[in-house]
Design a protein around this ligand. Structure first.
Ligand code: URA
Length: 283
């Protein structure tokens, strides 16, 4: 290896350390939802082919299946950024949607086309919570249907699940202008509806996608690097934050650690990890 390559490599590893990705490059765990990097046997194969745009950067090597503890203890109890909602007797998703109505409670209503309530199995054992709708979600009225959504679908399929088996929703139900981060007042206005949704569905596990969802539900200012991959107790459910799929589109190398997080979720749900696969040689 010449000096320049070595310097580049060192810089890259320092960058990974900054992102707290040490376990990724040291463990060399595969991210089977990394488009173009999974083996033909990986369950994501079909889904990856459906998606537009190729990504590179995730390790294409066998998964370290033994690394996942079957039941990691819940370590921290958390409150959400918004006040706990009063119990609504016999609450249902339909009733919550009705209560939201054609909402004008916060300024996000001014620029939205559609309220994006949530989608999926109302009895799901697993719920994913994102930040807020983007352009495509605002157009279709469904969560996670844009580029990040396609990646989320691949992640779900890599876990051996179908998208319709899980529930997907967001902290805010209206698209923030130019996809900016939702503001605190918007989150605390919309948050109680999210809380009611989760209380009605009562998933066994909640995965927070990205720091906005994690900070909203855990009421923490901790950066994602500190909370990701940890279990929290939230209103009697188990919650695990991980990186947002949009972050993975920008930083494909983080797919490895997200996959480690998802394997913890799989272990909790009793889902078997995909079969071990051989190292690809064509990268
Ligand atoms: N990002 C989110 O956080 N939610 C969506 O629904 C889409 C993109």
């Amino acid at each position: 290896m010449n000096e320049k390559t070595l310097a580049n490599l060192e810089a890259r590893l320092r960058y990974y350390e900054d992102l707290r990705l040490g376990p990724f490059y040291r463990s060399r765990a595969a991210a089977p939802f990394a488009e173009g990097t999974h083996s033909p046997q990986a369950p994501i194969e079909g889904a990856a082919n459906r998606s537009a745009g190729r990504e590179t950067g995730a390790a294409a090597i066998p998964q370290r299946q033994a690394m996942v503890e079957p039941a990691e203890p819940v370590t921290i109890s958390a409150q959400s950024l918004f006040e706990p909602v009063e119990r609504v007797e016999n609450d249902t998703l339909e009733r919550i949607r009705g209560d939201i109505g054609e909402c004008t409670r916060c300024k996000l209503h001014k620029s939205r086309s559609r309220i994006v309530f949530g989608d999926g199995n109302p009895r799901a054992e697993l719920a994913f919570v994102g930040e807020g709708p983007g352009e495509e979600e605002d157009r279709q009225g469904l969560p996670f249907v844009g580029r990040a959504g396609k990646l989320l679908t691949q992640m779900i399929e890599a876990m051996g699940l179908e998208r319709k088996q899980v529930y997907i929703c967001n902290v805010v139900k209206c698209r923030p202008p130019s996809n900016r981060t939702p503001e605190r007042d918007e989150m605390s206005t919309c948050g109680p509806f999210l809380e009611r949704q989760l209380m009605v569905i009562q998933p066994k596990l909640i995965v927070c996608l990205g720091s906005v969802a994690a900070q909203a539900l855990l009421a923490t200012g901790e950066p994602m690097g500190r909370v990701r991959g940890k279990w929290f107790a939230w209103r009697g459910m188990k919650l695990l934050p991980t990186y947002h799929p949009a972050y993975l589109l920008r930083n494909p190398s983080a797919k490895g650690i997200v996959w480690e997080d998802l394997q913890k979720v799989m272990a909790e749900l009793g889902l078997k990890p995909p079969r071990k696969t051989g190292r690809r040689t064509s990268e």
